[in-house]
Design a protein around this ligand. Structure first.
Ligand code: AMP
Ligand code: ZN
Length: 136
């Protein structure tokens, strides 16, 4: 299903132009208009799913499969030194477009980006409690 008000639905369908680096029946991969680094790309399913949790397992597998095809080519052709695969869910986690997308962010030595987090501190007791909370 598509969402008539969703910009990524329109981009994925080709109704709004984009710099497309890969397309198949189910996905389009575009260059991000606000790139973190050179070559920052977004894998968009053509169907509208709000986020990771709404994504059917088959579509999740498809997104990973597209990443496995495209990411090595980006690494090689852009001469990247590394790559972050980033996927945000919910405003608190930085999601600004409510149509599932997987970021492919090539990384270059000294590119000045800060995509990783500041490590916190946790005790073994706290880890044990968190583990139990997650397992339920
Ligand atoms: P997120 O914050 O994870 O929801 O990521 C949304 C991403 O979409 C950001 O990196 C934006 O720069 C990018 N973006 C928003 N609108 C467009 C657009 N029309 N074309 C390409 N990228 C876009
Ligand atoms: Zn959409």
């Amino acid at each position: 299903m598509r969402d008539a008000n969703c910009i990524f639905c329109k981009i994925a369908a080709g109704e709004i132009p984009s710099k497309t680096i890969y397309e198949d029946v189910d996905f389009r991969v575009i260059l991000d208009l606000g790139p973190a680094t050179k070559g920052h790309a977004l894998i968009l399913p053509k169907e509208h799913y709000e986020d990771f949790f709404a994504l059917p397992e088959e579509a999740a597998k498809g997104a990973v499969s597209v990443a496995k095809k495209i990411a090595p080519k980006m690494m090689a052709n852009l001469h990247a030194d590394g790559m972050n695969l980033v996927q945000n869910n919910g405003e608190t986690a930085g999601q600004t477009v409510k149509h599932f997308h997987l970021h492919l962010i090539p990384r270059y030595k000294d590119d000045g980006q800060h995509i990783l987090w500041n490590p916190g501190e946790v005790s073994q007791e706290e880890l044990e409690l968190i583990k139990d909370q997650i397992i339920g």
